[in-house]
Design a protein around this ligand. Sequence first.
Ligand code: SF4
Ligand code: FES
Length: 241
Amino acid sequence: MPCLSIDGRKVDFQVGQTILEAATAAGIYIPHLCWHPKLPPYGSCKLCTVQVNGRLGSACTFPAAEGQEVISNSEEIRQMRLRLTQMLFVEGNHFCPSCEQSGQCELQALGYYLGMTTAHFPHFFPERALDASHPEVLLDHDRCIFCALCVRASQAEGKNVFALAGRGIHTHLVVDSPSGKLGDSALSGSDWAARVCPVGALVLKAQAFRTPIGQRRYDRASIAEVSLAHEAPLVRKKHES
Ligand code: SF4
Ligand code: FES
């Protein structure tokens, strides 16, 4: 098998894999927010940035190649990922102590993983709406990080309920329905698109605060452990078939 190195460790990979897939299959965690092993890569969050033969690139879109020397675990890259995470926090309204996804949220867990203790940047406190029109699913635009996971999951399900519109600070999630509200869209609470959100922007109703503090997903394990446990088998299976 072809081979590359990640932080000095030899990693075998299959032709066609990205660096992130090769790392994940080998049990090496590279932080990421907009990637899911069952969806096409999107490359927006930049949390997965690594150095490849000395130049920066997104591991989720960068094809693995023989002899590559990849650096992911350096202090410089940790600092860059920390700043990106802090930017995500200040661009939206993420009030973790009162959020029902606290302890189950990938953004919050990544903040802990990267040693985040302050927001570093001034908060934008944007004014964003809450869409509670759907009987089963709540859409809280305050918490959206524009990862497009719901967009791609809904596309994969053949419904295309979601899309991202606007650019830069004006980016926002839109819903395909006559009113633009979730309540008259084709979304069902059992859809993957309704359950794939890594933060608390799309959540199922009547499920909040059910898991006691101490037993929530990221109380029990770090985001690195949780990600590898879920994603490594999916990547291996994808490239077996
Ligand atoms: Fe990502 Fe969730 Fe926003 Fe969809 S609603 S773009 S899954 S953060
Ligand atoms: Fe690679 Fe988001 S996971 S850019």
